[in-house]
Design a protein around this ligand. Structure first.
Ligand code: FES
Length: 125
């Protein structure tokens, strides 16, 4: 087999959406919550410190539609949605899921907010 550039083992999509000041709408990055503003940088720094930043690619993204459970991030492959994030939780997710291979179930979105997907083939007009 040809030895080319390896694809990433994981993409981590971190929601970076912030509501404008004074807006009651929940968001993953909040003016009133300094830690929420530091989570992406923390994620990237930890991946760098552990030497896995190339094979694990952190991506800043817009709203992932689970704002009530924020801050959230989605790990692919696996379609694992982590909610209510803090720096400590991110550290555990990196060690146990990304490096260790075991999803950190306590931090995964509850099933009632993450039901089975509807196949686009069923919905397409
Ligand atoms: S603002 Fe992050 S999921 Fe909507």
């Amino acid at each position: 087999m040809m030895q080319g550039v390896p694809q990433p083992a994981f993409y981590i999509f971190k929601c970076q959406q912030s509501a404008p000041p004074g807006m009651p709408k929940p968001s993953c990055v909040s003016q009133n919550d300094p830690e929420s503003q530091q989570l992406f940088q923390h994620l990237a720094q930890q991946l760098m410190m552990k030497g896995i930043i190339g094979t694990v690619q952190p991506i800043q993204t817009g709203c992932l539609n689970r704002c009530q459970q924020g801050p959230v991030m989605l790990v692919e492959p696996g379609h694992t949605m982590y909610v209510g994030l803090t720096k400590e939780k991110i550290d555990r997710i990196i060690d146990e899921h990304i490096i260790g291979g075991n999803v950190v179930e306590e931090y995964v979105i509850p099933d009632e907010f993450w039901g089975e997907p509807i196949p686009p083939s069923q919905m397409a007009r």
